[in-house]
Design a protein around this ligand. Structure first.
Ligand code: UD1
Length: 362
């Protein structure tokens, strides 16, 4: 039996790995799939509940690296993951997404000579000020196989010189999880708990360093959120990075802004599905709103997921007051994109990944 390890570290990794774990489970006797949790995210709302919501087994290894500077966090993940690989001797390592744990583990496994694959490969924002862009570029430069979610990923990799037989267009495992967990999300009582009517509110998330780390920028965004809340209630689950920065600048928001702690995955799906509109700077939420057909305004200068603006419901706006409020006004006037679901975002991406990896070993 061959051994395969998938790495999770931060919140957006969990929903990408859960379907992969399930898919390898159907190859009984051929594969033993295990999960390593680096501990990059450690708050229960950022980590633990995702295992329950996605019916994922507990990780076989938990490294508990926690927060730190990029160098510190990346270095701790590398040291911990090298020990895991030396102990477990996997035949293949899967890294997903673009967080610090992704690049750290890819570096370790490639250097140990372990076949390494990247899921959600090839995405590019072309903005090297984003830590995630550096993580994506570095990971894609060294891994053996690339699984892509959209055409732009394929085009970017080929342009960067990756040979086409190493690139596989399989769809989006994050959308596999969305399909899987939607029945649970439909039973969520999150709207009652918060006190908002489904279909009426704007759901907000903000956590990119470029938006929240500079007091002026954060103050501006909170002002925008306050003005949106004069038209409709706002639900704003606050990422710990943002919470810390908000505490530093001490801004008061109106009562119609429901500031809440990060919520578990199924509750977030329920909030997204029944939002009137979403305002975000996240990567994954651009994709999830496109899959759900919910209008999304992304306050960033670039997106590494152009299919969400080309085909989906996402509009990209400069993270400036007038630009965001203009986009919000367009939404209120009924001029928002209807969008279609991108090719292969059908809930079966992980099965395709497992099939390609299995074929590679047989
Ligand atoms: C990370 C990813 C980002 C992803 C985001 C999703 C990188 C470079 N960034 O950003 O791509 O979109 O996760 O959530 O990997 N903290 C806690 N509890 C936690 C985790 C973090 O309080 O469980 C606080 C710490 O103060 C920490 C800060 O949040 O310093 C930032 O955490 P970090 O893991 O460095 O990056 P994120 O901003 O979460």
């Amino acid at each position: 039996m061959k051994k395969i390890i998938s790495v999770v570290g931060a919140r957006p990794n969990f929903m990408k790995v859960a379907p992969i774990h399930r898919a390898f489970g159907t190859y009984e006797g051929q594969w033993q799939h295990s999960i390593v949790h680096t501990g990059q995210h450690y708050d229960a709302a950022m980590s633990d509940s995702f295992f329950a919501d996605l019916d994922m087994p507990h990780p076989t290894w938990f490294m508990g690296v926690g927060s730190g500077s990029h160098a510190e966090q990346t270095a701790k993940v590398m040291v911990g993951f090298e020990n895991v690989c030396l102990e477990a001797r996997p035949d293949c390592v899967i890294v997903v997404g673009d967080v610090n744990s992704t690049v750290a583990c890819a570096l370790v496994s490639v250097k140990l000579g372990i076949s390494t694959v990247h899921v959600e490969s090839g995405l590019r924002s072309f903005d090297r000020a984003m830590p995630e862009e550096i993580n994506r570029l570095a990971t894609d430069a060294i891994v053996d196989q690339h699984f892509v979610t959209e055409q732009s990923g394929l085009d970017n990799l080929l342009r960067e010189g990756v040979s086409s037989e190493r690139v596989h267009m399989v769809g989006n495992t994050m959308i596999d999880s969305l399909h899987y967990a939607m029945a649970k999300a439909d039973r969520s009582d999150v709207h009652q708990r918060i006190g908002v009517e489904p279909g009426t509110y704007c759901l907000v998330t903000m956590h990119r360093p470029s938006n929240v780390d500079h007091p002026e920028q954060l103050r501006m965004l909170l002002g925008v959120i306050a003005s949106v809340s004069s038209e409709r209630p706002v639900v704003f689950p606050v990422h710990p990075r943002t919470r810390n920065k908000m505490a530093e600048i001490g801004v008061q928001l109106p009562e119609s802004v429901h500031l809440i702690d990060p919520v578990r995955y199924v509750d977030f799906l329920a909030l997204m599905k029944s939002a009137a509109v979403v305002l975000t700077d996240s990567g994954g939420i651009q994709e999830e709103t496109t899959a759900l057909g919910v209008p999304c305004i992304t306050a960033r200068t670039t997106t590494e997921r152009p299919v969400t603006t080309d085909l989906g419901t996402n509009v990209l706006v400069e993270p400036r007051e007038e630009a965001i409020l203009y986009a919000m006004g367009e939404f209120t006037a009924g001029r928002h994109k209807k969008g279609v679901v991108p090719p292969l975002w059908d809930g079966h991406a992980a099965e395709r990944i497992a099939a390609v990896i299995t074929a590679h070993y047989s």
